[in-house]
Design a protein around this ligand. Sequence first.
Ligand code: WTA
Length: 646
Amino acid sequence: MSDQSEWVQRPASALKGTNCTAEQYEKMYASSLQDSDAFWAKQAERIDWFQKPSKIANWSFDPVDIKWFEDGTLNICHNAVDRHVEAGNGDRTAIIFEPDSPDGEVRTFSYADVQREVIRMANTLKKLGVAKGDRVTIYMPMVPEGAFAMLACARIGAIHSVIFGGFSPDAIAGRVDDCESDWIVTADEGLRGSKTIPLKANVDSALEKVSAKGVLVLRHTGGDVSMTDGRDHWYHELSAEVSDECLCEPMNAEDPLFILYTSGSTGKPKGVLHTTGGYAVWTETTFRYIFDYRDGEVFWCTADIGWVTGHSYIVYGPLQNGATALMFEGVPNYPDHDRFWQVCAKHKVNIFYTAPTAIRALMREGDHHVEKHDLSSLRLLGSVGEPINPEAWRWYHETVGKERIPIIDTWWQTETGGCMITTLPAAHDMKPGSAGKPFFGVQPQLVDNEGAELEGAASGNLCITHSWPGQARTVYGDHERFIQTYFSTYPGKYFTGDGCRRDEDGYYWITGRVDDVINVSGHRMGTAEVESALVLHPKVSEAAVVGFPHDIKGQGIYCYVTLMDGVEESDELSAELRQWVRKEIGPIATPDHLHFTPALPKTRSGKIMRRILRKIGENEFGSLGDTSTLADPGVVDALIEGRKNR
Ligand code: WTA
């Protein structure tokens, strides 16, 4: 029997008007496994295809070749925008924009407005020379024009690669170079709380290292920027005389839709590639069932469009469903810690979707920030990006949700395109800290380190054994890396990189990454990336980076650094190195701890024993395991001393 005290019942209100009850879930989940093709053919009927697919799934994980709806043609921009206008819903609100400052101007776009704006952007991109199949880098603040740029690319068949506005010039250069993107869409500056982000200046610095044929610049703050003749164009100028017609390019279901760079255990970030048809069906279906969207509701996902959550649940999921999506430019704590709740009350938000790191940070500031506002419009709360600790879950449920609304804890990844494991609001009771049950078509499997399947209640490495429509198809330009990263550890299975426990009720509990990826405030980061940034510094000889538990961020960044001969450690150097990493990658990669050490623990063959460094970073000195294979076991004692002193 399961532990009854774990359960939180779904409130009766969640059942009203819902599109999926417990019985329906069981039936649909079973049919999604038994006759996957029939199930997805039916879901795909919600998409407006130019040419309906006759083939549904055609995939193999060994060799790796994934196709869905392969003879169908469609355009996802048509599905997200034009279709609603053509159906007579052009007046419906598509996007509500809430600016950084509460005194700023709220902008509201109907579906007809979005259609007009996207056409304008699409024709401007064409004028610049962008053609089907070209890669367009989008480095934008959280403003509607960012979404318009994505949709405009989709409309003309260009492949967008959105880069989070917090990334540094070097990170931009690397990504532009990797996918050979000739075009960049950016803005003069972005706003985040009291800070301005020099987006155009960052692009300029990036373009000292790589080249671009054209840069389109949105005037947003009006800040001063330099424009390079022949390369840089103001959006408002170039778009002034474009035509107001632009047909949606018919795309094959397997034509690329976007590239999104994400961190892995090794090497540079990978350009995860999603294609059109499967991603359209997956985001449409997951949004509809998981958020249980009802006409007229306001849906707010607080992610940035620079992350996959923004792609799938600010832009493609909500808009394909004809929903009203709120886009927020600011941050949770500006001008005060009640900003999220103030925005919820102001726009009568019904569904609110955020990350545990934000919940923890706001929880710490006290309940009065929440209680000041009328949150009675809220009907559903969601969490994404990292494991949510039960304490934060309960606060979210009790203080924000007043115990009257369900919480969905959605587990998924950039590579999965959309949510994979979550309770459905009306179908499942909840367990704080557990994501819940697999979504339709998702077949999770837990395996031990040798790859043997673990049945029933068990803990292991989380794999998925059957393809799903939203699955990433490859790593852009490097299919071998795609295979190596996801399909070689456990051949024939997609390996997620996450550890997971399944309990006796079949609920999944994600325990975090089992590889060298860390999750800092919901931002995914490869420890190898931070290490490479550190060793680029002339005074650094070696670096090893691990995650450690952090109250607010979930995980913090712990860096062990050995210095070049003759370099003295100092607080100034520590500050300099932190600044260095910020410059190389971006502020999200700022080290929390820099631990100077004369040596790193290595095996006799010279391999750094990361397991030991992780334990020391976590303050777990009692469970270091076997240290006898170390070349110099004395190193460990010195490291423990150093850890205790901070
Ligand atoms: C983690 C974000 C626990 C996980 C959508 C995964 C989660 C990584 C959850 C992907 C959750 C995401 N519970 N862990 N609800 N959601 N994760 O690619 O480790 O930025 O592998 O996608 O975040 O991060 P990514």
